[in-house]
Design a binder for this molecule. Structure first.
Ligand SMILES: [Zn+2]
Length: 344
């Protein structure tokens, strides 16, 4: 049976995933609106091009009407020529006609300009329409993609919700309330301890706190950020000093309790040193040295993986305990190690 803390670690993973999914789902309308806005601007470019063409047509028609009325005016002037009495009047009439003809030329030039503008507007319209067509296809694709992602998010969210609820049922209510409170205020509530530090706030734990977290007999809060702390032995076998060739330059040692060895488990030290992996085990009940293996060109994490998998980290202050007590661990050392194991 997993402990409450282990359940909380899983619950947190589920709750964070659920929050992520819900945030994604909540963002869908905004995404759709954003996609639609792209289409709206493409559509506006088409409408603008059409409106400009329409304005040009209107201008052209107005100019044509002006020309028509000027032609009528000229005809009228010519009709008046029979009633002319003198040279002065004749000159005035000719001047009126010349002026009207000048106006006609001006309007014809304007029409030519409008027609040239019209040609470039037609090209703009064709380009805008093609862009709108492509944009429509793209928008449809994006919308479908968004909706598809939304549908799969909804399924995942429903599953996560159900999993969260079922995990919550198995956890102590007070602890669950604490978890929810920290989760709400701090983003996440459960933090792993790696290399003596709370991984959430990087606070270095006091040895006693670290030892309590390792023993996992009660729920321990980080002194700095208040999160609930947990510890995984497999993340705490040091690997930092291993270089690219996989060989550690400095001796790294880690004491662990391995339940599968000895009469009722064994206290085992794993040492990576100068490319060699050493495992030395003492029976947890008698303290007697029961096994010693040295593997050349190996590291403990790999070569002793099966022993380490079920192991629990121990806190040992003294550096070379295994050299000092080659055959037998003394009672006070045994007592100290046994105290770090969960009762029962
Ligand atoms: Zn912390």
């Amino acid at each position: 049976m997993p402990t409450d803390l282990e359940k909380l670690v899983e619950l947190q993973a589920v709750d964070l995933e659920l929050a992520r999914l819900n945030a994604q789902l909540a963002a869908i309308p905004k995404t759709i609106a954003h996609i639609d806005a792209k289409l709206a601007s493409a559509r506006k470019r088409v409408e603008d091009a059409r409106a400009s063409i329409k304005a040009a047509d209107t201008a052209k028609r107005q100019h044509e009407q002006e020309i028509q009325s000027l032609n009528e005016k000229i005809l009228k002037f010519r009709g008046q020529s029979s009633s002319i009495k003198n040279n002065e009047q004749y000159k005035a009439l000719l001047s009126e006609i010349a002026h009207a003809e000048g106006e006609i030329t001006r309007y014809e030039e304007k029409i030519l300009e409008v027609m040239m503008t019209s040609d470039s507007l037609q090209a703009q319209l064709a380009a805008a329409e093609a862009a709108l067509k492509a944009e429509t296809v793209e928008v449809d694709r994006l919308k479908q993609e968004t909706e598809k992602a939304g549908a799969s998010d909804r399924v995942a969210a429903t599953k996560a919700q159900a999993r969260s609820q079922s995990l919550r049922k198995g956890v102590d209510e007070t602890l669950l309330a604490t978890y929810d409170r920290i989760l709400k205020s701090r983003g996440y509530a459960v933090a792993e301890v790696v290399d003596h530090r709370c991984t959430a706030c990087q606070f270095m734990l006091r040895p006693q706190v670290l030892s309590n977290v390792r023993a996992a007999l009660e729920v321990i809060h980080c002194d700095s950020c208040g999160r609930l702390l947990y510890y995984l032995p497999e993340h705490n076998v040091k690997t930092s000093a291993i270089n690219v060739t996989g060989i550690a330059h400095q001796a790294e040692r880690e004491w662990m309790f391995v339940p599968s060895m000895g009469t009722a488990g064994a206290f085992v030290v794993f040492i990576n040193h100068k490319g060699n992996a050493t495992m030395k085990a003492y029976d947890a009940t008698t303290g007697e040295a029961i096994a010693r293996r040295v593997e050349k060109n190996a590291i403990c994490q790999t070569i002793f993986a099966s022993e380490i998998r079920d192991a629990r980290n121990l806190f040992v202050d003294e550096a070379n305990l295994e050299d000092k007590y080659k055959e037998q661990l003394p009672p006070e050392v045994l007592d100290d190690l046994r105290h770090q194991l969960p009762k029962g």
